[in-house]
Design a binder for this molecule. Structure first.
Ligand code: LLP
Length: 427
């Protein structure tokens, strides 16, 4: 059963009506379902357990960039999640949320000296390194702290993820990772750097993948490398296959997590039996969207209905600064009226108040609306709030976590005064 459903013509998240949330906390507001978050995380965790991977055999490192609210991180941490971070800021969030730094992996092409220091201070599990200069810098920073950094190389398997070009990362001409052909020599280079310890290999080919074929193709290439490295005496403790599978925004039918992991573990088990006397290798994942994407909606209120000669506009109080995905990727998000009305529907573009033609949230949707009605923009839990900005001096939305019949404010709405609090006028 979905955690986002109508009861008596009114849209609920779990046992709380969105109307109630709007009344208490205002709009625009991101609303997340704890039950959905939990179910989505457990889809990965249970599939790992089913294939004999308890906490030592697999680690799910939730991708913090998809939704980094402390309460969300705390829910996942309590379920045993690790975390995939891409900045020092994300590490501080994980720590503030009660996450275990020994389950943190640090991805990203541009780690600064300060970020490396912070991560080494907290003894994170692993740095996913993306270039030779980064390896050298990490070695120097670790040396200056008299520490050894555990590293994995992000290898670029040159596999086409068949997704939106902006979120495809595993092709040769992307800025990410180390080229497949350079991987072996780069691992050999690490062996000569005294403050680095090789522990793994990782890749990430893109996001919103509906089919697992490209992921399994990437896995095969990684397996090939692990074997070559092993022949050279370099043994790895883990392999990390990157982000999770895609989600349904409209009518997409993504591969179910359990099916994908079944195929992945079956391949890995056969390989370990054939080539490594059955010696296990730890498997890590970095899912974001598939855990939080469909666990959240953006709740917004219609300000005006504008009926033009060729188009009708529903002008709402959320905008491109709150949910950037439509403007940035022409992404499609479902739109549901919070109250189901028995009036004649019309076709609307749902747009925000920002002064840009690109400020739209949904186009050509048939909706039965009146002014002041509430709308839920669906599938907004991932890459929604984390990509929000303050363009047009708009405070970012409030965030609410629903848990059964409770709605808890987990981030206050930003005020205009918050936005200029760090600014000053020269005397
Ligand atoms: N690991 C790495 C290294 C990544 O770069 C990403 C996402 C993930 C894991 C998580 O992937 P997921 O499981 O969420 O597919 N802003 C875009 C998505 C950007 C994804 C960036 N990398 C969007 O709104 O669609």
């Amino acid at each position: 059963m979905s955690n986002f459903d109508y009861h008596h013509n009114s849209l609920y998240v779990e046992a709380v009506s969105l109307e109630n949330i709007a009344r208490r906390y205002g709009t625009p507001t991101y609303v997340y379902s704890r039950a959905s978050l939990t179910q989505n995380f457990l889809a990965y965790a249970d599939a790992c357990k089913k294939h004999g991977r308890g906490s030592n055999g697999a680690l799910i490192c939730y991708s913090v960039k998809s939704n980094s609210n402390l309460a969300v991180l705390n829910v996942l941490s309590k379920l045993g999640s690790g975390f995939d971070i891409v900045s020092g800021g994300e590490l501080l969030r994980v720590l503030a949320a009660g996450g275990d730094p020994r389950k943190v992996i640090f991805s990203g092409v541009g780690k600064s000296i300060e970020e490396m220091r912070l991560a080494l201070t907290h003894d994170i599990l692993c740095f996913n390194v993306e270039s030779i200069p980064e390896l050298q810098r990490l070695n120097d920073v670790a040396a200056s702290m008299n520490k050894t950094a555990s590293v994995s190389l992000r290898v670029n398997p040159d596999v086409d993820a068949r997704t939106h070009p902006y979120i495809s990362t595993g092709l040769k001409d992307n800025k990410f990772g180390i080229a497949f052909e350079d991987a072996i020599s780069t691992y050999q280079e690490i062996a000569s750097l005294p403050h680095l310890q090789i522990i793994g290999i990782d890749c990430h080919i893109g996001s919103q993948l509906l089919d697992d074929a490209p992921l399994l193709e990437a896995l095969d290439k990684i397996i090939e490398l692990v074997d070559k490295l092993s022949d050279l005496g370099i043994d790895l403790h883990h392999l990390d296959i990157g982000g999770g599978v895609g989600i349904t925004y409209d009518d997409e039918e993504p591969v179910p997590v359990g099916d994908y992991l079944h195929r992945l573990f079956t391949r890995i088990d056969a390989w370990r039996t054939a080539k490594h006397n059955g010696k296990p290798i730890k498997v890590m994942f970095e899912p974001g969207r598939s855990i939080v994407g469909n666990a959240g909606v953006l709740l917004t209120e219609v300000q005006y209905l504008k009926h033009g000669a060729t188009k009708n506009f529903a002008i709402v109080d959320a905008a491109m600064n709150d949910l950037m995905r439509p403007a940035m990727y022409e992404a499609w998000h479902g739109v549901l009226p919070v109250k189901q009305r028995q009036i004649t529907p019309r076709v609307y573009d749902v747009v925000g108040p920002v002064c840009e033609s690109g400020d739209w949230l949904a186009r050509a949707r048939t909706l039965a609306l009146e002014q002041d009605d509430l709308l839920a923009i669906l599938s907004a839990g991932a890459y929604g709030m984390t990509m929000a900005s303050n363009y047009n001096s708009r405070g970012r939305p409030a965030e609410v976590l629903v848990d059964g019949d409770k709605a808890i404010l987990i981030r206050k709405r930003e005020l205009a005064t918050d936005l200029f609090a760090l600014e000053s006028i020269p005397q």
